[in-house]
Design a protein around this ligand. Structure first.
Ligand code: ADP
Ligand code: ZN
Length: 728
């Protein structure tokens, strides 16, 4: 029988240790199939692996260790193995690390069993405490889902005995339940909306691509509020009719709540969810149901791309330009590009949706590699916001104030009419810099090349690089002067203070990821704001991403110049996207919206392009510039970051690599650097970067691998290779 091994087998094992090959084992009693999940011994430990092929034959198998057992889960499909191989080859990642992405199912080997679960019971407990109230709230917030004892206690931040106490009073119910219950069926014909002519045209194009059952990628571009979501849900419907599974990737887990509600309205039931906010029990269930083909639709973060779908027919990448699709730790993959890879292996469809596509995707549509559908107008009476600049050179502002008189009047007018205003500032915390007025020193992180940012709500200084924090000091750490530390510049918390002074009667809400303990709290806050619980919203980047605030009619961008300062070639593209996205938050219902951009350089070409809303012109200019410089998407880039505690050794290694560039020169690639990496020190480690630039159609990965293999990483030196880096 082909693909069945009863003597020996080659196994890809899942381990965090560096391991550049597959391992040979004796087959277990009864043999094993290709793709089977197995448990194998590795050193003193037992690890999970996948049977990747036949044993190599040139071993004395009597001396080799044996597969312990075959796990009781569906084997990994050929398609998935090939996806992991190709994704690994693209990102230059070893298979053991790839496998961690592809097998990240908690408790994979556990037999299905019964477990105690907890849900809301009846009545109030006779004695209510804070801890008890939190447990009841946690139960309530989970809706129909139920939690295990540990999960419920953790989610409420209490000990398990508090939960057990509530069970005794009857306010919480304890039940026996099988671990893996099925998902409710989605009905593709449940609640479809009547589409406008434009939308229908777009939807039928997606449906046709879906019905072809062949690989195709469509760029769905449409202004915010044009109905992109409605349209791609039609592609999902068609996919479900074909009996295939659909995956929708979202850039931000805070967005999933609103999205799940929409899916439920459209298909009559909720889809499966997969992201860091999902409980372990639920993840185990999703993983299994996806593998069995029972979960018809999954909504998730980028890692959902590695779920073991049985017959995946569609991958939607919503807000495809979003930089969070690029994983920046561990395996450096871009979920958007890997979605295209996975779909091309499977014969599935990819829909890339965005109001402001990435230059790469736009170019792929221009050259015909992707097809393209455009929605030009907003749905219904909602019209695009008017865009204006506020020339800050002409505004009079006291020091340490950032809301100009012009913006203040506009906010007052809107709030006075019962509408909402959003003040956007892409800076978390109270102030970006804390400075000693006696010695002039700024407080920096001990371990990173970054400033500490004051977070006044937390009463701490936080490093946004490594997450390290310390209490706000009373004396200057450099000169020990007392009471001389002063905040410099605005963060959202400081802006909120100013807004409270200027608008004493308004209800002000601050939306910033670090002010909310859990994804659930953030979700609750966003829902409340959408329903009108605030007059003025102060927010970071978080609010730019696709939330629907129907009452919002004014967006004020506090510092439009912020993104234009970096040396980053993508700065213009990012600023353009962010400003358009933020402005798109205004006027989504009946009332027309306005966006006002505070800027000191109203004549800057990017600001002018944003104002004119002339996207095609902006992209064309950007593409021309990239073409002239042979930069992506017209050339290829890879970043190589070397790190270590001794900066001299790190640079020596970098120089050594730069000198020995024959493997790269052979394919026409050039090395730049070594230079300090964009963040030159993180967690006490110095970082040095080399950039490799190559013509578009060369086998860059092979040359890179050969080049990198010339050096041996000694001691604490590390190298990480980033194909298609985001920052260049
Ligand atoms: P986008 O994804 O492009 O931002 P959405 O799909 O979220 O746009 O649509 C914006 C709003 O308009 C949503 O509330 C949506 O339900 C509504 N909408 C869009 N198209 C229709 C339609 N054909 N019928 C009814 N409501 C629609
Ligand atoms: Zn730090």
């Amino acid at each position: 029988m082909q693909g069945f091994f009863d003597e020996n087998a080659l196994v890809a094992v899942q381990t965090t240790q560096p391991l550049d090959r597959l391992l040979d084992y004796r087959a277990p009693e009864g043999g094993c199939h290709l793709g089977a999940f197995v448990e194998v011994p590795l050193g003193p430990r037992k690890v999970i692996g996948v049977v990747w092929g036949a044993g190599r034959g040139d071993f004395d198998y009597s001396k080799i260790r044996q597969v312990i057992r075959v796990l009781d889960v569906a084997p990994m499909r050929d398609e998935m193995r090939s996806f992991l191989e190709r994704c690994g080859a693209y990102t230059l990642t070893q298979m053991n690390a790839m496998l961690r992405l592809g097998t990240r199912a908690p408790g994979l080997g556990d037999p299905p069993s019964m477990q105690k679960i907890y849900r809301l019971g009846e009545g109030e407990p006779p004695r209510m405490t804070d801890a008890r109230r939190r447990v009841l709230e946690a139960c309530h917030d989970m809706g129909g889902l139920s939690l295990t004892l540990k999960e419920l206690a953790e989610s409420a931040g209490v000990t398990t005995s508090v939960v057990k106490g509530l069970v005794k009073t009857g306010a919480v119910r304890e039940e026996q339940s099988p671990r893996d219950t099925a998902f409710a069926m989605l009905d593709p014909d449940h609640g479809g909306k009547d589409l406008t002519e434009d939308q229908e045209e777009a939807a039928s194009m997606l449906r046709a691509g879906q019905a072809s059952l062949e690989y195709n990628t469509v760029l769905l571009k449409g202004v915010t509020g044009s109905g992109k979501t409605e349209v791609y849900l039609e592609a999902v419907a068609e996919c479900l009719r074909q009996g295939r599974q659909a995956l929708v990737l979202l850039p931000e887990i805070a967005l999933t709540g609103e999205f799940l509600t929409r899916v439920e309205a459209r298909f009559g039931a909720k889809p499966a969810e997969w992201h860091s906010g999902v409980t372990m029990t639920e993840r185990r269930r999703v993983w299994k149901m996806v593998a069995q083909g029972q979960a018809q639709m999954v909504v998730g973060a980028r890692s959902a791309l590695f779920l073991p779908f049985q017959r995946l027919g569609l991958i939607v990448v919503d807000e495809e330009h979003d930089t969070s699709y690029k994983q920046d730790d561990g395996v450096l993959y871009n979920a958007r590009d890997m979605a295209v890879l996975r779909a091309s292996i499977l014969g599935a469809q990819v829909v890339l949706a965005s109001a402001t596509p990435s230059l790469e995707s736009w170019n792929n549509a221009e050259t015909g590699k992707y097809s393209r559908v455009i929605l030009n107008s907003r749905y219904g009476p909602a019209i695009l916001p008017k865009m204006k600049t506020i020339d800050m050179r002409a505004e009079t502002l006291p020091s340490n104030r950032w809301i100009s008189p012009t913006l203040r009047r506009a906010v007052q007018a809107r709030v006075g009419q019962g509408e909402q205003a959003l003040l956007f500032l892409n800076r978390r915390g109270y102030a970006p810099v804390t400075l000693c007025r006696a010695c002039g020193q700024q407080i920096a992180c001990d371990d990173c090349d970054a400033r500490m940012v004051e977070h006044r709500f937390l009463k701490r200084l936080v490093c946004h690089q490594c997450g390290e924090s310390k209490p706000m000091p009373e004396v200057c750490p450099s000169c020990e002067a007392v009471d001389k530390l002063a905040p410099v510049g605005p963060g959202v918390e400081r802006l909120a203070e100013e807004a409270k002074e200027l608008f004493p009667d308004a209800r002000i809400a601050v939306l910033s990821s670090d002010l909310y303990g859990t994804a659930r709290e953030l979700k609750g806050q966003i829902e409340a704001i959408a329903e009108g619980a605030a007059d003025i919203i102060i927010g970071t980047q978080l609010v730019a991403k696709g939330h629907n605030f129907p009452l919002l009619t004014l967006v004020g961008v506090i510092d439009s110049d912020l993104g234009l300062q970096g040396s980053d070639l993508r700065a213009a593209e990012r600023t353009f996207q962010l400003m358009r996205q933020v402005a798109g938050r205004a006027g989504r219902a009946e009332k027309p919206g306005t966006a006002m951009l505070q800027t000191f350089q109203p004549e800057h070409p990017v600001i002018r392009a944003i104002l004119a809303g002339d996207e095609e012109a902006f992209w064309k200019a950007e593409l021309d510039e990239r073409r002239a410089a042979a930069m992506p998407p017209f050339g290829r880039l890879a970043g190589v970051v070397l790190s270590g505690e001794d900066v001299g050794k790190v640079f020596d290694l970098g120089n050594h690599l730069a000198r020995n560039d024959t493997p790269l020169r052979r394919v026409g690639a050039t090395v730049f650097g070594p230079a300090p990496a964009p963040i030159a020190r993180v967690r006490g480690r110095h970082r040095v970067r080399l950039l490799v630039k190559a013509p578009k159609d060369v086998m860059l990965q092979r040359a890179l691998a050969e080049w990198a293999a010339q050096v041996q990483l000694k001691g604490d030196l590390r190298m990480s290779i980033d194909i298609d880096p985001q920052n260049f």
